[in-house]
Ligand binder design. Sequence first.
Ligand SMILES: O=C(CO)[C@H](O)[C@H](O)COP(=O)(O)O
Ligand SMILES: [Fe+2]
Length: 217
Amino acid sequence: MPVKIAPSILASDFANLQKEIEMINVSEADYIHVDIMDGVFVPNISFGIPVTEAVNKHAKKPLDVHLMIVNPDQYLEAFKNAGAAIISVHYEACTHLHRTLQGIKQLGCKAGVAINPHTSVELLKDVIMDIDLVCIMSVNPGFGGQKFIENTYAKVKRLKEIIIEKGAETEIEIDGGVNENNAPLLRSAGADVLVAGSFVFSSADPLDTIKKLKKID
Ligand SMILES: O=C(CO)[C@H](O)[C@H](O)COP(=O)(O)O
Ligand SMILES: [Fe+2]
């Protein structure tokens, strides 16, 4: 499978969101990454359900919804109804992760688990068969435009080993500080999906930047 690219609209121009979505629609991107921040789980507030719904009205690519919120179970159905194809919850925000994953799947969405930089991939071993996508955070969640944490490569490699060992079909997504320098290294470590916010939207030609990321294989 070729690498998948998920531009994060967190770094886009919110006042021209429709235009930004239309750019992603005609690009080689695979998903639209939607960052939901509640100001409690992370020290920032982004946007929520109505904006996700508005994005979905124009989107021609699946919405990859990254919930950086406490009590995610309470909002799963609302995000499904707002258009989410993939819903990722944070490991650190779920007391009953297995139950939460079943809940996401029952809604007909792909079930993702995001892990903070301090969270070991070893903690996912017992639930890996139930996870469609692991989102390894390569920055501390809450803000776009942060510096990539180098330890991520080792985490990707180890997680890939666990997935193979267990015979799971889980995809590995990397989120935070992805750029043209670390993308090929992440790919060879075992990454399947690369989220890119600032790198895409701060570039002079976002369409071309997405194309370049897609070509790293
Ligand atoms: O989840 C996120 C932040 O918590 C964003 O998806 C991530 O930061 C992407 O933005 P950038 O590529 O600018 O780092
Ligand atoms: Fe994200």
